[in-house]
Unconditional design. Structure first.
Length: 246
């Protein structure tokens, strides 16, 4: 089949590679926010589409037969455009999403809906590890009464004040390293999006073990679509659909 995969996660890369190995013609669409992203096998499309109608035109023009949304759980606008386009085209689709993290009974989590709300929860004097990427970090940067550590794959495209430190790292992260960092910098709060997955989950256990509070930004509500929670399940879903369509 000709399959369009919307990327932005490690799962998207693994899925695209798996689909190529199984003989599908795969194009992976990347938003282009990361300057040097990991690239999967198959064709690559970078950049936007111009809303739902632009996406409809792109799908028609390239003759795609199946759509996979493997974007980040917080890419709500893109996920909405994908569902709307597939409904308009009566196109089969699948959403691949990691299961959300859940707090343990001995965790100290505060649940918020946005980065702005997370910034407001910080007490003066907090030492904060922020793991929400390099975009939309302004509310954290403005907390000049706190020490802010921003961890991202690439440096934010803004000049940052002296109370903000950027750590450039790419997952996966080990528990021992997370604990060592939090202890060295006396981290009192961890701010995270509820992205799910194993590669970055160690920070949550580390926060528990060092006594840091977690401010968890919960996922936006996405339009309904068929969902699976692993690359293996996505591969099986596509195989079943391909067999039934043959």
């Amino acid at each position: 089949m000709r399959i369009l995969v919307f990327g932005g996660t490690g799962d998207a890369i693994d899925l695209a590679n798996g689909l190529v190995r199984h003989g599908h013609q795969v194009t992976t669409s990347l938003a282009g926010r990361t300057r040097k992203p990991r690239l999967p096998n198959g064709h690559i499309h970078k950049g936007g589409f111009g809303g739902t109608q632009g996406l409809v035109d792109f799908i028609n023009r390239n003759g795609f037969e199946f759509i996979v949304d493997a974007t980040h759980p917080f890419a709500a606008q893109m996920s909405t455009h994908i569902v709307d386009a597939c409904v308009e085209l009566n196109m089969p689709m699948l959403r691949v999403v990691r299961e959300a993290w859940q707090a343990n009974v001995d965790d100290d989590w505060q649940h918020v809906s946005s980065i702005e709300a997370a910034a407001k929860q910080l007490p003066s004097g907090a030492h904060v590890l922020v793991t929400v990427g390099r975009q939309h970090i302004e509310p954290m940067v403005l907390r000049d009464d706190c020490k802010i550590f921003i961890r991202a794959i690439e440096h934010p495209e803004v000049i940052l004040p002296s109370h903000v430190c950027v750590i450039l790292e790419r997952p996966p992260f080990r528990l021992s390293d997370e604990m060592a960092f939090m202890r060295e910098h006396e981290i009192t709060h961890l701010v995270s999006k509820n992205a799910g997955g194993d590669q970055t989950a160690a920070k949550l256990e580390a926060a528990r073990m060092v006594g840091a509070k977690v401010i968890m930004i919960e996922r936006p509500i996405l339009p309904e679509a068929p969902e699976v929670y692993s690359v293996a399940a996505a591969m099986q879903f596509v195989a079943d659909h391909s067999a039934s369509a043959a």
